[in-house]
Design a protein around this ligand. Structure first.
Ligand code: NOJ
Ligand code: MG
Length: 536
């Protein structure tokens, strides 16, 4: 096995730590809770766990506002708990990926406290401070992603500081060599403790225009959309200087890679396809120098039609630079869940799609049991995005509700009261119930994951898109003489598949429909919304 095999051929599982498993009854998930559930992840068959931030935080943005990068928030546990979790992952062959949040700190981080203390202190330029505009007011028109301006005035020192998100999340100045060094040392701190890589939060945001120019208006903005989309983020994201930063970051993680195992960078990047590709980095000595996995979110944003997804897969495959490893993501803690976006039946097709495409799949916790978005009444809202922009459907609480483990108290998530309400379906839709049901979403996921692991064609084979009519997404995955064909029927009616597409003596290896098995005699007719994987 090559050193990078795990992140190229494996499956990543995202845990939102507040909501996975509580161990101490405070209603908030924690590290000991995660450790308790590691055997579940092994049984599910995933290879790596990415945990959203666990660091000390005032929790203005639930951990994405960090006040100490080199410790664990007491709500989640201690550094000892972390070491224990890391050791237990290792013992099971699970890789451990942490969240790295380089764009901003908490406003309570000692660096910012010092930076705002006076204009001439040594940490002033660790953040982005600007004088008011000549006529007063913010220095330019930049908008926060969570509503309102990206600038907050500091009375005491008479300047504005920049924040791409909440005012409690001031943006670091990545032009400062000291900031870079401090943040690279954060990576080293965790790499020394044994982590296998990082998911890098809003990587494309780190550098802003050196002249602080106004962003242009977005001509296609429509009323009712996320208000931060009024402007095009031309001068606030994806600046050319990012290309040097990704090379530097990669060098830091490479210091810790060895022949047995490579450390990985996964970039959070909401960018158009050709800009996304730039984050694989420049090539030197035939190797790409940037982040190994620039997150590919197209399945999250895509309209759910066969033709649309066919186009996305073709374009993505065609755009990948030489030597780049593809990846696919179906959900995360910021976007509505797949089962709510497309419904339970289509979510089964989506599972088959995610786990048979070429490239590292990332699963969001709970999607494997078909968790749906949970409506949160206004007086229970936790997410600051929803509080800033109420009623626009932008809040993220619905997709962050506790994992549903069993029919016991609070679905087995906590002995206490969950920090966020459970889905109304928890007594029926839970891991325990689905373990025993061959037709469940969980059993489908397990089957597909096992197949992906066992079939070289699926985890490392080539990809070829096929033509199977307007409603059927079809492709072949091949390794050596083994050729698997995946056929996904997006239609709500039966759809026959042309014989030329099928291998001779077709055998169905997996179907989204639990009642289909075995050999196909004659024509293959896909059931409504059925997906199958076939081989000879
Ligand atoms: C992206 C994270 O995924 C999101 O949850 C967070 O609010 C923002 N970055 C700010 O850190
Ligand atoms: Mg707890």
């Amino acid at each position: 096995m090559s050193a990078d095999a795990w992140w190229k051929n494996g499956i990543v599982y995202q845990i939102y730590p507040r909501s996975f498993q509580d161990s101490d009854g405070d209603g908030i998930g924690d590290l000991q809770g995660i450790q308790r559930r590691l055997d579940y992840l092994v049984e599910l068959g995933v290879d790596a766990v990415w945990i959203s931030p666990i660091y000390p935080s005032p929790m203005a943005d639930f951990g994405y506002d960090i006040s100490d990068y080199c410790n664990v928030d007491p709500r989640f546990g201690t550094l000892e708990d972390f070491d224990s979790l890391a050791a237990e992952c290792k013992a099971r062959g699970l890789k451990l990926v942490l969240d790295f949040v380089p764009n901003h700190t908490s406003d309570r981080h000692p660096w910012f406290v010092q930076s705002r203390a006076s204009r001439n202190n040594t940490k002033r330029d660790w953040y982005l401070w600007q004088d008011p505009a000549p006529g007063g007011g913010p220095p330019n028109n930049w908008l926060s992603n969570f509503g309102g301006p990206a600038w907050t005035f500091d009375e005491a020192s008479g300047q504005y500081y920049c924040h791409s998100f909440l005012k409690e999340q001031p943006d670091l100045n990545w032009r400062s060599p000291e900031v870079r060094k401090a943040m690279y040392d954060v990576l080293r701190f965790w790499l020394r403790r044994g982590v296998d890589g990082f998911r890098v939060d809003v990587l494309y945001h780190l550098i802003k225009d050196v002249e602080f120019r106004d962003n242009p208006q977005n001509p296609s903005f429509q009323a009712g959309q996320d208000p931060s989309h009024q402007l095009l983020p031309l001068y606030t994201t994806d600046r050319p200087e990012m290309q040097d930063i990704i090379v530097e970051m990669r060098r830091v993680v490479d210091e810790f890679s060895d022949e047995a195992s490579a450390r990985v960078l996964i970039g959070e990047l909401y960018l158009p396809l050709e800009r996304l590709m730039a984050y694989y980095g420049r090539t030197s000595d035939g190797l790409l120098q940037g982040v190994q996995l620039p997150f590919n979110f197209q399945l999250i944003t895509a309209p759910w039609h066969a033709a649309e997804i066919d186009r996305i897969v073709r374009n993505y495959e065609a755009a990948l630079p030489h030597g780049a490893a593809p990846n696919w993501v179906l959900g995360n803690h910021d976007k509505p869940r797949i089962a709510s976006r497309v419904g339970q039946e289509r979510a089964r097709l989506a599972a088959m799609l995610l786990l048979t495409l070429r490239g590292t799949p990332t699963l969001y916790y709970g999607d494997e049991i078909g968790l749906t978005d949970v409506p949160i009444p206004p007086d229970e809202v936790q997410d600051p995005f929803e509080k800033n922009e109420p009623g626009k459907g932008l809040g993220r609480d619905p997709q962050r509700t506790p994992m549903q483990w069993s029919g016991a108290h609070a679905a087995g998530f906590t002995d206490g009261t969950p920090w966020l309400r459970l889905g109304g379906d928890w007594s029926m839709r839970n891991v325990e119930a689905q373990q025993g049901d061959p037709a469940s979403m969980l059993q489908l996921y397990k089957k597909l994951i096992a197949l992906r692991r066992n079939e070289h064609a699926l985890h490392e084979g080539s990809h070829e898109q096929l033509e199977a009519g307007a409603d059927v997404l079809a492709y072949a995955r091949s390794a050596g003489t083994r050729r698997l064909v995946v056929l996904l029927n997006f239609a709500t009616s039966e759809t026959p598949v042309a014989a030329e597409l099928l291998p001779a003596d077709t055998v169905v290896l997996a179907s989204t429909h639990a009642d289909r098995t075995g050999a196909v005699k004659g024509e293959l007719v896909l059931q409504p919304l059925e997906g199958v994987i076939v081989a000879q």
